[in-house]
Ligand binder design. Structure first.
Ligand code: NI
Length: 160
């Protein structure tokens, strides 16, 4: 496993559409593992492959709960319900946060790292993370949805 370089705001790859994964092989599994390691290094709750420079429909999410890291290949949202106003950031926008409205609940379908079909029913933070990461696969960023005037820069904590 290896930590990969995270692309940041201004990198035009973040606006590109990612391609469907045709075959889930060891390369894809290695990508998923590297993405989990990269997400953990930066304390993120989600990461999409485009953020490490790979235009494939591959996403990882981790809410640091009992469920552990979730690995999704070719994910789609098949149902949404309700709304929630949330605060959100992105590893490609270090130290920046904005408020936006996301669906309160989503149902998503995807393939796992073994190519098996999975279905996730999510609400709250998990629903938010799924929406955020799936947007990345179509070149959509959280700032595209933000409520006007809510983007904030938060000074990083100094570690001594
Ligand atoms: Ni993001």
């Amino acid at each position: 496993m290896a930590v990969r370089n995270v692309r940041e705001d201004g990198d035009e790859i973040l606006r590109k559409k990612s391609r469907v994964v045709e075959v889930i092989d060891d390369r894809i599994r290695e990508l998923l593992d590297d993405m989990v390691e990269t997400m953990h290094k930066y304390n993120g709750v989600g990461l999409s492959a485009v953020q490490v420079g790979i235009l494939k429909r591959v996403v990882v999410i981790d809410l640091y709960d009992d469920r552990g890291p979730i690995k999704l290949v070719n994910p789609i949202i098949v149902k949404t319900k309700g709304e929630q106003e949330v605060e959100e950031g992105c590893l490609s926008f270090p130290n920046q946060y904005a408020k936006l409205v996301r669906p309160a609940e989503v149902v998503a379908e995807a393939l796992n790292e073994n190519g098996e079909k999975i279905k996730i029913k999510a609400k709250g933070l998990l629903a938010q993370a799924i929406c955020h990461e799936l947007d990345h696969l179509d070149g959509i960023l959280f700032i595209d949805h933000m409520l006007p005037g809510t983007l904030e820069y938060v000074e990083p904590r100094k570690e001594d």
